[in-house]
Design a protein around this ligand. Sequence first.
Ligand code: 13P
Ligand code: SF4
Length: 377
Amino acid sequence: MVKMETAELETDLSLFKYDNLEQLPSRYRELEETDRTERIDAALEALGDDVVILGHNYQRREIVDHADFVGDSYQLSKEAAAADAEYVIFGGVTFMAESADIITDDDQTVILPSMEASCPMAGMAEALQVDSAWAEITAAAPDANIIPITYMNSYADLKAFCASQGGLVCTSSNAHKAFEYAFETGDKVLFLPDKHLGENTAHRLGMENDIAEWDPWDPEGKDAADVAESDIILWDGYCQVHERFRVEHIDQVRDANPDAKVVVHPECRREVVEAADKAGSTATICETIANADPGDTWAIGTEIHLTNHLQRWHPEVNVLPLCGDACMDCNAMRQIDPNYLTWVLEELVAGRERNVIEVAPEEKELAEVALDRMLEI
Ligand code: 13P
Ligand code: SF4
């Protein structure tokens, strides 16, 4: 492969976490699907083993169709750790690409095709904000050993903060194990940023009566002395895609299809998870449909792209979106447009790296400790 040169920086994106990320050139904006697919295939052929594409289950059809591995956050972090390609192209959102950069070797480069793929939930727990909450809560419980756990859906600086306080990262597939680890090493948990995953995990462990919430935006919603009495303190973050699902949607599906079963993501509200037949990570949702009998009906409570993929991948199963047309796509995941994929790949063929995600070295080392703890549990 041709020798790489560092791309000229063209965009000043002061609002975005990474200031080296660039907008799609106009000549890539109107590509037709057939032409684009041929160009992506040609670029992949030219790049060979130098590139691996990882695609989250919520990615658009054209991204998952080109991905070498498709999976949930946990599976993708394992694939990133195992990858030996020089370039890891991440079909996902910023926090996932950051984690891939942390986990991969220093001579590997992680590329996030679009700069705008930022998960709003990850932005709900800023490391500085958490640091000040931490000072208040730990001062209110001076004898307690509080372990901070951050969901994968968080930025590297927060992962680093958790590691520095003896904590770790988890995904929706291993949150219960992360809690168990925390209660073996400490006596309280501060869980960030998704309160619903935290609450659902507390229920799974039979600790539903030990929960307090910390609302960092509401001066009335945080009383350190009060929350420090509980064993599980939940940061008040949420995912708008999953908060949309209600128990009424489950009732409506069951009224219309008495044999239907319901599977939801644990980012859904507690009462929705309770009412569903099953809850689990996007990988669990995929397995549930893959293992269903032909003719079974399953309603899915998660991001709509995954529901559409499952309809395509398993036409023998009757797969329904849990709230019909009201099911949302994830605005952050949607930013990984196949035009961007074409652009970053063709730029690599031309010897230029675009939209490289590079976590600051001082955060990287500690964030890796938090991710390694997760991979070990
Ligand atoms: P999974 O870890 O289940 O893939 O979920 C990631 C996510 O962002 C869900 O909203
Ligand atoms: Fe973030 Fe929700 Fe999108 Fe997942 S679905 S990436 S939590 S906004």
